[in-house]
Ligand binder design. Structure first.
Ligand code: PGA
Length: 248
């Protein structure tokens, strides 16, 4: 049985004061739940997340990582640096990184490798745009994104990772994939991984992300291959995030 994971993706939101208020509400609200909870925060707030969360069951992590170990890469943050802040998770290949910062499948795969090598658990995001869904190439796009990572890291490395299916058309739009639409792609992802390694496929947690809200979380999380969620907007509202965790 795969343990459900609900991970907040704060994106570029927050302040020391706002984060403190948010986490002070979230910590007690999720303490007794039996799903795993994590928050992926902006780099400058990793120290704060660690200080506030290290005595709690809530894990923390970052939203991207450099593919390089160290060197002349101004502005970048390495996996070892994230480990210095005791991060467990790092989001890799979020669609905003792919579309706004030009991260190719190859770069995403290199970041994935860097994260796994360092002992971080990457949350690998995959998903199609609206045009791609309408063109009927959803599975081809998701397969290409996954194969890039499997080719670079090996299928066994997915055993130390989490996958998040995030249809780009559902992110921040209020337009959620239906549980059936999401389940179809999740099952496809699991079968693709099973083609490489059945044990890894069976234990792989595949999160759904894209406009998850307290109102739709339970029906999404009830699907056979949906093992939790990656939550953007709703992770910034303590009551909403706690309710979504509760639904898991
Ligand atoms: P959303 O974002 O929940 O605000 O749609 C999800 C994400 O981008 O991870």
């Amino acid at each position: 049985m795969r343990r459900k994971l609900v991970a907040g993706n704060w994106k570029m939101h927050g302040s020391l004061a706002a984060n403190q208020a948010l986490l002070r509400e979230v910590i007690p609200a999720v303490a007794a739940l039996d799903c795993e909870v994590a928050v992926c925060v902006p780099f400058p707030y990793l120290a704060q997340a660690r200080a506030m969360l290290e005595a709690t069951p809530i894990a923390w992590g970052a939203q991207t990582v450099s593919e390089h170990g160290q060197g002349a890469y101004t502005g970048e943050v390495s996996a070892a640096m994230l480990l210095d802040f005791a991060c467990r998770y790092v989001i890799v290949g979020h669609s905003e990184r792919r579309s706004l910062y030009g991260e190719s499948d190859a770069v995403v795969a290199a970041k994935f490798v860097a994260a796994v090598k360092a002992g971080l658990t990457p949350i690998l995001c995959v998903g199609e745009t609206l045009a791609e869904r309408e063109a009927g190439v959803t599975e081809a796009v998701v397969a290409r994104q996954l194969q890039a990572v499997i080719g670079a890291a090996g299928a066994a490395a997915l055993g130390r990772a989490v996958v998040a299916y995030e249809p780009v058309w559902a992110i921040g739009t209020g337009r959620t994939a239906t549980p059936q639409q999401a389940q179809e792609v999740h099952a496809f992802i699991r079968s693709l991984v099973a083609g490489h390694d059945t044990a890894v496929a069976r234990s792989l947690r595949i999160l759904y992300g894209g406009s998850v809200k307290p109102q739709n979380a339970a029906e999404l999380f009830a699907m056979a291959d949906i093992d939790g969620g990656l939550i953007g907007g709703a992770s910034l509202v303590a009551a909403d995030f706690a309710a979504i965790c509760g639904a898991a």
